[in-house]
Design a protein around this ligand. Structure first.
Ligand SMILES: [Zn+2]
Length: 242
């Protein structure tokens, strides 16, 4: 038997060599590595691999005297929760770099001016006027030193001493301070906070004008449930390049 062993190996080797040279070489299909895809704004192209987020506490000038310090730990906790939620949902492929400005920013105008007569649908009018004022003050006014912390203009999250909860694809969002501090909002206030942030990267609402939820994730029904059991739908993540 032992004498046949070299012959056997020779035969196998010859067969392999024949297959290698005369049969078609295997062609492995190539797919892009999932990890090389860059996450982007919703249905868009701008990268969201790293998101600079400036978080400010904004107080209309008529409210300056009633301001207390309870916002600071509440905002820090909400931001920590947002960063943790985002990191998990995006499997670390998109991260948020937050910067919380510790000094309240007093508005140039009073509540009446920011809120207009219509504060429905989350008070988007306040978000627009406060966003415009902050951009101007950061670029050319008294907040230029704050602006210099960032290479590019960051997304801005306004914790507002006034009514509302709103987010815009232009990179700004706003939430009533009370959602983060008042016990009546304890179970879902942070989910509202995170929900509004996702509007800044273009994610649309998951509910309609009649307040009927169309999705079960944080953009729809989930916005009124605790963050711990919340998520972004697979469809939404896909449209964000995940
Ligand atoms: Zn919304």
């Amino acid at each position: 038997m032992r004498v046949y062993a070299p012959l056997l190996f020779l035969a196998i080797g010859a067969a392999l060599a024949w297959m290698y040279f005369f049969l078609d070489r295997p062609h492995l299909a190539t797919y892009p590595e999932p990890s090389t895809r860059i996450p982007h704004v919703y249905n868009g192209t701008s990268s969201i691999a790293s998101i600079d987020l400036l978080v400010v506490y904004f107080v209309p000038k008529d409210m300056a005297s009633v301001t207390q310090d309870e916002w600071r730990p509440a905002v820090k906790k909400a931001v920590d929760n947002l960063v943790a939620f985002h990191t998990v949902e995006f499997a670390k492929r998109s991260t948020i770099a937050p910067y919380i400005y510790e000094t309240p920013i007093i508005g140039e105008d009073s509540s009446d001016t920011y809120d207009t007569n219509d504060t429905n649908k989350g008070n988007p009018a306040a978000l627009r006027s406060i966003g415009d004022e902050l951009t101007e003050r950061l670029e050319r006014g008294d907040l230029q030193s704050l602006r210099s912390h960032f290479k590019e203009m960051p997304d801005i999250y306004v914790v507002y001493e006034g009514v509302g909860s709103s987010g815009s694809p232009g990179g700004a969002s706003l939430i009533n301070r009370k959602f983060l501090t008042d016990p009546q909002y304890a179970s879902y206030g942070t989910s509202y906070f995170v929900h509004e942030f996702y509007h800044t990267i273009g994610v649309p609402d998951g509910y309609n004008d009649l307040d009927q939820s169309l999705t079960s994730d944080i953009m729809g029904l989930g916005r009124r449930t605790p963050l711990e059991i919340n998520f972004l739908s697979d469809d939404t993540l896909q449209k964000l390049g995940i």
